[in-house]
Ligand binder design. Structure first.
Ligand code: PSU
Ligand code: MN
Length: 306
């Protein structure tokens, strides 16, 4: 086992699990602070940790508190992330600033991957990946999640990307960067709220053991970077693409009108979609995160067993 980086603060439980080679699953915190409203955000964060424990792995929610990168959080810390306006959305770019300034930061997929890797964690569960935004040929808005997937050896379980993004361009970017995008039990790339995106999944596997074997094969060959495991939302929880499509268009149009861009773009769109659907999208979002947590715990167990 690698020793975790000295600048990280691990809970005893996470440190012990890593020392024992036991399965650990990283979780991000931007989904709590900027991805969902209160109190559903903290309820989701708590429930996801419970699902991962029930699945036989140790959850490690990651954030920066008072400038200290933390791996594993207690209930008070989750509550702070869920409620405090002083918690910034922190991607890789922002990490040195919040650390040096002693501030609080909720980590995105990109920065969570980086901190998870520094801790020695190989599996990370989230809701949706960032990607190439629609209109990126004009705005250059490509999430740092894409870059990070090309650099850091962590498998990320998500429900794909929402069609607030350009799904086709996101898949092209990930292909260029050498990131395996592997769908769980389907030939189609999932679109977060919907099982179907109209885009083929580049690869398909059907069991947690197969995902673990792919991760091991990749990293044994010295192929740096992550693996995107994309897991479709359960049928009973999905919002069909034709229902959510128009709502996403409306949220995107409002964003353009308001001139919102940069790191505010994704939180604005997520929040607006919850408002327009009167919470239906939030219910679906929580269901898919829980579903990803079940898969992530299994993959972490299989990977730890190798
Ligand atoms: N997509 C979601 N929910 C989320 C996010 C993305 O469906 O909460 C968050 C994740 O933390 C992701 C970040 O890493 O948004 C991407 O932000 P940006 O597009 O600014 O890179
Ligand atoms: Mn962006």
């Amino acid at each position: 086992m690698n020793t975790p980086h000295p600048d990280l603060e691990l809970t005893d439980e996470v440190a012990q699990a890593l020392a024992d080679g036991a399965p650990v699953v990283a979780l991000e915190s931007t989904i709590i602070s900027h991805g969902m409203p209160y109190p559903q955000n903290v309820e989701m964060a708590t429930e996801v940790e419970r699902i991962i424990r029930d699945g036989g792995a140790v959850p490690a929610t990651i954030a920066v508190l008072d400038g200290r990168p933390r791996v594993g959080l207690d209930q008070d810390a989750l509550e702070l992330l869920a409620t405090s306006p002083d918690v910034a959305k922190v991607s890789v770019r922002d990490l040195p600033y919040v650390v040096a300034q002693g501030k609080h930061g909720a980590t995105t997929v990109a920065s969570t991957m980086r901190l998870a890797a520094l801790a020695g964690i190989s599996v990370f569960v989230t809701g949706g990946l960032g990607g190439v935004h629609r209109g990126a040929e004009r705005t250059y808005d490509v999430s740092a999640d894409v870059t990070e997937l090309s650099l850091t050896d962590v498998a990320v379980v998500s429900a794909g990307v929402k069609s607030i993004l350009d799904i086709g361009l996101t898949l092209e970017a990930l292909e260029t960067l050498g990131v395996p995008v592997v769908a769980n039990g389907t030939g189609e790339f999932p679109a977060f709220f919907s099982r179907s995106s109209g885009h083929e999944a580049p690869m398909r596997l059907d069991t947690p053991a197969e995902f673990a074997a792919l991760m091991a094969a990749k990293w044994r060959l010295g192929l740096a970077g992550g693996v995107a495991i994309v897991n479709p939302i359960p049928v009973e929880d999905e919002i069909p693409a034709d229902e959510i499509g128009g709502i996403i268009e409306q949220a995107l149009a409002e964003m353009d009108e308001k001139g919102i861009h940069g790191k505010e773009a994704t939180p604005f769109l997520l929040g607006r979609i919850v408002e327009i659907t009167q919470g239906a999208s939030l219910t679906a979002n929580i269901a898919l995160v829980n579903n990803n947590a079940r898969l992530g715990a299994q993959v972490a167990r299989e990977y730890a067993a190798l």
